[in-house]
Design a protein around this ligand. Sequence first.
Ligand code: ADP
Length: 374
Amino acid sequence: MILVLNCGSSSLKYRLVDCSNPANRRGGTIERIGEPGGEAADHAAALRKAARDLGLDPGDIRAVGHRVVHGGTRFRQPTLIDASVIGAIRELIPLAPLHNPANLTGIEVARELVPNAPHVAVFDTAFHATLPDAAATYALDTDLAKRFGIRRYGFHGTSHRFVSRRTADLLGRPLAELNTIVLHLGNGASAAAVAGGRCVETSMGLSPLEGLVMGTRPGDLDPAIGMHLHREGGLSIDEIDEIYQRRSGLTGLCGDNDLRRVLERRQAGDPAAALAVEVYCHRIRKYIGAYHAVLGRLDAITFTAGVGENADEIRRDCLAGLEPLGIAVDHDRNAGRCPTARIISPDHAKVAVCVVPTDEEYAIAEETAELLFA
Ligand code: ADP
């Protein structure tokens, strides 16, 4: 069994996964770590609680796979963790101040709890390491960018990799020949253009703020907006950061970050909710056009994560009007929710539109096993 840990700033997701039998798994989530009335006082306590819940016998664990958000330019692959890797993840904290510290705590506590198994870091950024320079480079002063590590790194890579591969399986086509746009639409959201299994464009950049409209993050903005808020509104950098992280996106537009609620409100005639959905879908449509151009030939568009897997209205609305590009959705195939991968475009459509459930914990287990045992 492989133990997978996804340690966030105030939560811990844990899974025991049997890679030879994906159905054989168990686990849970511990929330509000360190908060008053939370489930655990700190990450060490949370991990001990997870171990009790799993009835964990460290002797049964062949390996531990850790989700690590930022791998910078150094980590392009899943990596066996040792002291130098821990040091390097620590050096990357300025690039991921909210995530890497929590990921490190998880690694340190888990190494004490399961000392005899190999621990592997699986990076959210790694799948995007193949971005061509033209896509990865911001048009800023080259020396400044170099000094501060400013480039586009991209995130959700484990999911984009997993989902693009499953799309090839679903379509029965070789991965090496398939050009796909993956739309990972969860609370955080990002798009990736994948050519023959390699990522060539992605919508998140230096941080997970850029790109699509998200639950509480704005996605693309004019860089002048931060300066304007500072100069005209007297807002501090920390206040602007807080606005960008927690008070923008769907929350900023209509006060709700849960798209289910936003869709209900739109249905009830709420104009703020209707505009929020329009902005959300317009942004996705714009990225589809751009990534279609980047890929040249487009074979598939795949929706995944909470919104992408469940919200048929969103899938329909963000592809509306794209028939001239060979992109269309079959109403009946699109309708409703379904736990397995499926094609929702009409037969013989130029572009296959797919829904593929993501499974980040299983994907981390798979990448861990590929590194150690393949
Ligand atoms: P995370 O990014 O936190 O992993 P998920 O991928 O689980 O998030 O997606 C969570 C989001 O999915 C929720 O905020 C909710 O807006 C959305 N969602 C889930 N089910 C539905 C649904 N049936 N219709 C619309 N949105 C949904």
